[in-house]
Each structure stands twice: as structure tokens, then as C-alpha cells.
Design a protein around this ligand. Structure first.
Ligand code: ATP
Ligand code: MG
Length: 406
């Protein structure tokens, strides 16, 4: 997929704002298995950060640590300045969370499901009604607000999940694999929605995905995660330029001296023998142009070669390395040298700001009927695993959420 950097993605980070998500040397072990290994990163208001990695990389474990649903073996997290293990309810108050599997009451309408969440978050009825209408419109579900959720497509459910996560007007949004199993159109739609929300509400968004080229367009920064380790972190552009790019692919179009398009044969003859050129082939997407593969920086030599044969370049564009290739290159490098994490790539965090934290009074969460009694209310909609988020160490179940559906 070819994705263009959006205006949001191009906007610089506002480093004057305090980070609202901070992970500092977070580590989680399950017995001998290290699920998350010395992870540090930060996300600031208005920023969309993509936590990217293949299955089993440790993305969900990281999210659960940030929510206070599983305890780090070592290291620290701060979300809106609060330690999620010490005060998960305070974190929950400020964080909208969409788990990897969003659960709704299928027999209730979209509006009724949101009303249910609003009640559990103690949002006054009148205010809730207004907010729900606004949110349903914002996520494009106003027309189907009264429709039962069991008639919804996967994309509609995901959008309802975003509305649900936004209901409490959070300052942080954490979305675990929000685009999983959506069709390409659904992906674009959902990402556009997330981007707009981050921009308009100036909230920090952390989203996890295993598809770099899918989500990069809306992420100012991404962290690439492999076997629990952050192997690279930065803007996609930074990552593309990091390390050795092995080849460039250049689109070339030219005119002959009579002003007519040079055509594939002339271009091929002019460019084929140029030092550094590995191959010249017709561009399948642009008749009359060729794609030249060659050494990094080959474009300059191509211009000279064209000039030498009396051709005038009218189109010369070097493809950025494809994102899936960046990802494969970084993961491959990490797999080759598992002990040697690339240096200087992970962010170093300033000490977390300490804020006075009010103890949360009573319950602030809810749970879905499919969840077990021990489940933490922070994973509100999760069908993840019947409630035990921390199968390894028994430090879960911290939410004081007592109720089932009413
Ligand atoms: N409760 C648990 N007990 C033991 N091992 C666990 C537990 N939870 C996760 N793991 C292991 O930790 C590693 C990271 O899992 P995690 O679910 O965080 O990965 P992920 O990046 O979210 O993967 P996916 O893309 O499949 O969702 C995996 O090897 C997984 O088997
Ligand atoms: Mg996961």
C-alpha cells in the first residue's frame, strides 16, 4: 500500500508539552519468557504513536502495563503523570481504551451500548445523551444509532469502539490493533477518524499494529517492537534513512530533443550501461517510463546518462524504501543480532512529573457479561481471555469494579 504522510504526521512534535504516556525501562517476564524487555518511549498530547511489531512482540502486554492491568516485572510507567499500578482508576478516568477484541451487547443498539458505558462512567444522563449523539455523528454511525450492534460490520463495530473509548472525554486514547481484520477501505476510514480525533481533541494516541505500512500515515512516530524489544523508534522517514539502504528504485521519464516522449526503448538504451544500475524495466504504472534499480543515490548518474544521449529528463523520482522493506530489514537485523539492540534509538525519558493524585472514589468501570468475576474493569470491552490478563504472576484484578450488566 502506498501511503502518503498526512499533514498531522508531518507536523513536528511539540516537545514543550509534557508526555502523557511514559514507559521507562518497562520489563515484563512470564517465567523464563520475556514478553517486554526494557521498553522506553513517550507520547505527548496530540501525537499519534504507533507501537508496531509482529504477533507476540509484546504490544498487548505493554498496553496492559500502561493500564495497570498487569504489573511490570521492572521499570515504570506513567500515564497522565500517574503510576498505573498504584492508581489504575485514576488512569482509567483519563484513558479511553479499545482492546484488541471489542465486545458490545449485540442485542442493544449502538446508542444503548454507549448509554450503558456512560452510566458506568457516571456521566449524567442529559450530558451523556448529547455526548453520545455527537460521538455517533463523529464516527459516522448517526444513521444507524438505533440499530442493534449484531447487525454491524466489523468496521462499524470498530468505529463504535472508538466512540465508546471517547465517551469519557479522555486525554489519552489507547487502541490495541484497531485495524485488525478490516478491509482496506475500513482501514483508511478508521485511521482517518483516529487522526482527526487526535488533531481536534489534542489527545495522545497510542495504537498498536502489526502492519507498519498501514498505520504509518497517521503516526508521527513509530516504535518497532520485536520479541519484546524496541529495535527502532522515530518517524518513518528517520527509520527509512537509518541503516544501509541497499537499493534505490527510480522512476524515469524523458523527452527526446524533438520534444517527443523518449519511450521505453530509448530510455532503456540510454540508462542500461550506467555504472551502478542493476536493472531497467518498463514502469507498469506509467506507460513510456522506466523503473531503474540501482545503488543508493543512483538518480544523479541517471540524469548525466540521459544528457549524454541527448535526452531531457521530465520525470525522475526515487522511491522511498517501501515500508514493509524497512520493517523486514530492521526485524531481520534484530533477529541476526538479538543481544545487540541498536543504540541511540530509544528515547531517553526525563523524570516523570509528579502530580498530586486524588484517590478515586469507588467504582469507575464496568464489565461485559462474558467476563469473569475477577476481571479488571479497565479492560471494559475486552473479550480477551475471560478476565485473567496476567496469567503469569497473579497481580491482576486491581479494579474495584463490582458490577455486571444492569
Ligand atoms: N499472561 C501470559 N502468560 C504467559 N505468557 C504471556 C502472557 N501474555 C502474553 N504472553 C507472552 O508474551 C509475549 C507477548 O505477547 P503479547 O500478547 O503482548 O504480544 P502482541 O505483540 O500483542 O501479539 P499479537 O500481535 O499476537 O497481539 C508472547 O510470547 C506471549 O505468548
Ligand atoms: Mg496483541
Amino acid at each position: 500500500m502506498v501511503t502518503q504522510a498526512s499533514p498531522l504526521a508531518e507536523r513536528g512534535r511539540d516537545s514543550t508539552l509534557e508526555p502523557v504516556i511514559e514507559a521507562r525501562r518497562l520489563t515484563k517476564r512470564y517465567g523464563a519468557r520475556v514478553a517486554v524487555d526494557d521498553l522506553s518511549f513517550e507520547v505527548r498530547p496530540g501525537e499519534v504513536f504507533g507501537l508496531l511489531g509482529p504477533n507476540g512482540a509484546g504490544k498487548t502486554t505493554t498496553v496492559l502495563m500502561l493500564l495497570g492491568l498487569t504489573e511490570p516485572t521492572s521499570g515504570e510507567a506513567r500515564v497522565v503523570g500517574v503510576d498505573p499500578m498504584r492508581d489504575p482508576l485514576e488512569v482509567k478516568r483519563h484513558v479511553g481504551y479499545m482492546p484488541d477484541t471489542v465486545g458490545f451487547y449485540d442485542g442493544l443498539s449502538a446508542r444503548e451500548n454507549l448509554a450503558y458505558t456512560a452510566r458506568l462512567n457516571r456521566i449524567p444522563r442529559a450530558e451523556a445523551a448529547e455526548r453520545i449523539s455527537d460521538l455517533l455523528a463523529q464516527v459516522g454511525l448517526a444513521e444507524v444509532a438505533a440499530q442493534k450492534v449484531d447487525t454491524f460490520s466489523r468496521g462499524m463495530r470498530q468505529r463504535l469502539g472508538v466512540a465508546d473509548a471517547l465517551l469519557k472525554d479522555p486525554s489519552v486514547l489507547i487502541l490495541d490493533e484497531p485495524t485488525a481484520s478490516l478491509d482496506p477501505e475500513g482501514v483508511v476510514e478508521l485511521l482517518a477518524l483516529i487522526e482527526r480525533i487526535a488533531l481536534e481533541r489534542r489527545i495522545a494516541v497510542l495504537l498498536s499494529s502489526h502492519l507498519l505500512d498501514q498505520v504509518q500515515a497517521i503516526c508521527q512516530r513509530v516504535g518497532i517492537f520485536y520479541r519484546g524489544r524496541l529495535i527502532a523508534e522515530g518517524s518513518v522517514r528517520d527509520l527509512a534513512s537509518e541503516g544501509s539502504r541497499t537499493q534505490d528504485v527510480v522512476e524515469v521519464g524523458a523527452q527526446a530533443s524533438d520534444g517527443h516522449p523518449a519511450g521505453v526503448d530509448l530510455l532503456t538504451a540510454a540508462l542500461r550501461g550506467t555504472p551502478g544500475v542493476a536493472s531497467v524495466a518498463p514502469d507498469p504504472d506509467a506507460p513510456g517510463r522506466v523503473l531503474v534499480t540501482g545503488a543508493p543515490g543512483i538518480a544523479g548518474a541517471l540524469t548525466s546518462a540521459l544528457a549524454a544521449t541527448g535526452l531531457h529528463p521530465v520525470h525522475l523520482r526515487t522511491h522511498e524504501e517501501r515500508l514493509d522493506a524497512i520493517y523486514a530489514r530492521l526485524v531481520h537485523a534484530a533477529a541476526e543480532a538479538p543481544a545487540a539492540a541498536p543504540e541511540g534509538r530509544t528515547v531517553s525519558l526525563a523524570p516523570a512529573p509528579r502530580r498530586s493524585i486524588r484517590r478515586a472514589p469507588g467504582r469507575a468501570g464496568h464489565r461485559r457479561p462474558e467476563r469473569s468475576d475477577q476481571d479488571g474493569g479497565n479492560a471494559d470491552r475486552s473479550n480477551r481471555d475471560g478476565g485473567d490478563h496476567d496469567r503469569g504472576d497473579g497481580h491482576d484484578h486491581r479494579d474495584d469494579d463490582a458490577g455486571g450488566p444492569r
